[in-house]
Ligand binder design. Structure first.
Ligand SMILES: [Zn+2]
Length: 468
């Protein structure tokens, strides 16, 4: 049984564009002049053994060996071997869960190429958008283009190697194997572009085994208060210069939690971690290697709420995004089987949670769904139940149609019965069982009653003559 991931509001959703709210795929990074003939990124040579710091050089070599083992495990799709290099749950349960889910994707998609490198600040740096090889590889008369100016290209700080902790910039480079387009599995496989991201990380040496473990990003953090004595606090982790956004999140999330918990009529006492990613590429890579859809946030049971740190977070985009993602957290808190709930239902609940902070969201969903109904284009529920197999053409329906149905259930049966309905499913009941148990009718009857609230399909109009 594969768990279903919960992606969040795709980007354009925040702008409430309907009906096709799903943002188009992020354009591939612009190729650099020498991108046509990519070369494998060369392994950094071992650092020179400076007389004054033999210990640091030894640690660098040990970590380099760990990186080689992690690469081999990934390329062999050996989840267990990869996870053996990740800090155990006792050290960081949230990061461990994220990495378990990251590794799980190797059971579905194995990269064709994958490298991990310590970025040496002494060497000229390349951009993370796909420029191959170090600057030295370019002909001398061709100026190396500046890095693409993304947050993934900060001035790289020098690594710090101490007896039990190493902090440095890690560059991850990979390429997925050629694959047919998702909406046309019968088509010819299409080559995939190289992807690359760099970020500051920590490795720690744990006393029990005496060896090194990957501890994830080298985050800084701020904390936010619990909104009530029996709700937990908030920890917001960030990189680089995102402290102002982190503080804003720490200040906003307690208010969002209070409102969403009221909707769920339940107050989970959890320390809610939020991770702010400085770039889309970094956020995507933290989910798993094959993940390439645009997104602005993510949550899975036991993981942090992951969001993209953007300047517009300081305006109105933050509350609905946090409410959507915390809506997932609250859903997962209802029961251990919540990950088996239909994807459209989980996204519908999250959109309902975001409604209070997003003027116009309910109207946007209503307009989209009524338009689909008129054109006979509502999506069937079943194909939208599984995140991994849902056809991309229905991704917009997952959010709008799911949201609209959740709104209908809330208005028709009330908040408490809606929550019972969700809880029965989160505790293992099927859609049919939960609908009968909490709402007193079959799922087919509920679907029929919902459809009766929508405009009927109009007969197809003949195509108008094209304008001259
Ligand atoms: Zn979501």
């Amino acid at each position: 049984m594969t768990p279903r991931a919960r992606i969040l509001a795709p980007l354009a959703l925040l702008a409430l564009s309907v009906p096709s709210h799903l943002a188009p795929a992020a354009p591939p990074a612009p190729p650099t002049p020498n991108a046509a003939a990519p070369q494998p990124a060369p392994r950094p040579a071992p650092a020179p053994l400076g007389r004054d710091e033999p210990e640091a050089a030894r640690i660098r070599l040990e970590i380099g060996q760990a990186l080689r083992q992690m690469e081999a495990a990934v390329l062999a799709a050996n989840q267990e071997a990869y996870l053996a290099w990740v800090v155990p749950a006792e050290s960081d349960p949230v990061f461990r869960t994220e990495q378990v889910n990251w590794a799980k994707d190797l059971g579905r998609h194995v990269p064709a190429e994958f490298t991990l490198e310590i970025v040496d600040p002494a060497a000229p740096q390349v951009g993370d958008a796909g420029a191959p090889g170090p600057a030295a590889a370019a002909p001398p008369d061709q100026p190396v283009p500046p890095p693409p100016g993304t947050p993934d290209d900060p001035a790289v700080p020098p690594p710090v190697y101490t007896a039990n902790e190493a902090r440095f910039t890690l560059r991850m480079t990979w390429r997925m194997p050629p694959a047919p387009p998702r909406d046309d599995p019968a088509a010819e496989p299409v080559p995939k572009r190289e992807r690359r991201v760099s970020f500051p990380v920590r490795f720690v040496r744990l006393p029990l085994s005496g060896r090194w473990y990957y501890a994830g990003e080298d985050w800084a953090s701020v904390t936010g208060a619990a909104y009530a004595p029996d709700s937990g606090p908030v920890v917001v982790k960030y990189l680089g210069d995102s402290r102002d956004i982190a503080e804003r999140v720490a200040e906003t999330l307690p208010r969002v939690r209070r409102r969403v918990d009221e909707g769920f009529e339940y107050r989970p006492a959890i320390t809610q971690e939020v991770k702010l990613y400085p770039s889309m590429r970094h956020l995507q890579a933290s989910i798993y290697l094959s993940y390439a859809d645009p997104l602005s946030g993510w949550n899975e049971p036991g993981e942090a709420i992951k969001i993209l740190a953007r300047e517009n977070m300081m305006a109105g985009a933050l509350e609905p995004l946090l409410a959507h993602e915390y809506g997932h957290v609250a859903t997962f808190e209802l029961g251990e089987h919540a990950t088996k709930m239909p994807w459209w239902l989980v996204e519908g609940v999250a959109e309902l949670a975001a409604e209070a902070f997003s003027p116009g969201l309910a109207d946007a969903s209503r307009a989209a769904v009524e338009s689909w109904a008129r054109r006979g284009r509502l999506a069937p529920w079943e194909p939208m139940a599984d995140f991994y197999t849902c056809p991309p053409r229905y991704h917009g329906h997952v959010y709008r149609q799911g949201h609209h149905l959740l709104g209908f259930v809330s208005e028709t049966f009330g908040r408490t019965k809606r929550n019972q309905w969700l809880t029965l499913m989160a505790r293992g009941g099927t859609l049919d069982e939960a609908t009968a148990g909490a709402l007193g009718l079959s799922w087919a009857q509920l679907d029929e009653r919902w459809r009766a609230t929508l405009p009927t399909a109009e007969p197809p109009q003949p195509e108008p003559d094209p304008e001259p």
